[in-house]
Design a protein around this ligand. Structure first.
Ligand code: FMN
Length: 146
């Protein structure tokens, strides 16, 4: 299983005091740590829900998840998928932040048990294949100015 990539998807509720500045800090730390550990993925946020996919070596993903679970900037962490694949789906993203309505709607549906997670995963994969700039204007301006 040397080439096996672990891929997980979890959903969580965004803590009340998390604003664009906090999101920027989360993503900056995530990108720095994930590059070091060769973890890739996507963090979608909208309507008070985080949906994150992490992929990489099983142990690296596990260590990352332990830190993420302990983070008070979100709660109600719900693991939705945990599987192994032969190739990464988000190989160009150390951790990309997506803020789009479709992700938010799909994530809410999965949280409520009204939708299957595959639909959300497929949507996120499509975003990766198109490599869009989805950051809100303010967030992107903050990121570029720092
Ligand atoms: C929704 C969410 C997603 C996060 N994603 C990651 C991630 O992909 N990788 C990571 O290292 N930290 C991530 N973090 C941050 C960790 O919880 C933690 O703050 C960070 O890893 C600590 O890094 P440090 O030890 O370098 O300070 C995330 C936090 C939240 C709230």
């Amino acid at each position: 299983m040397a080439s096996s990539i672990r891929q997980v998807l979890y959903l969580s509720r965004v803590a009340q005091d998390v604003d664009d500045q906090s999101l920027k800090r989360i993503v900056a730390a995530a990108q720095m740590n994930n590059r070091r550990r060769d973890v890739t993925g996507v963090l979608a946020v909208g309507d008070g829900i985080f949906a994150q996919i992490l992929e990489g070596d099983s142990n690296d993903v596990e260590q990352t998840l332990i830190r993420i679970r302990a983070d008070e900037r979100h709660h109600d962490v719900q693991m939705v998928l945990d599987s192994h694949t032969s190739a990464r789906s988000f190989d160009r993203w150390s951790m990309e932040l997506l803020m789009d309505e479709v992700s938010a709607k799909l994530a809410e549906g999965v949280f409520c048990g009204e939708r299957f997670p595959d639909e959300l995963v497929q949507h996120l994969k499509t975003q990766h294949s198109q490599d869009p700039v989805c950051w809100s204007g303010d967030l992107r301006a903050m990121a570029l100015s720092s």
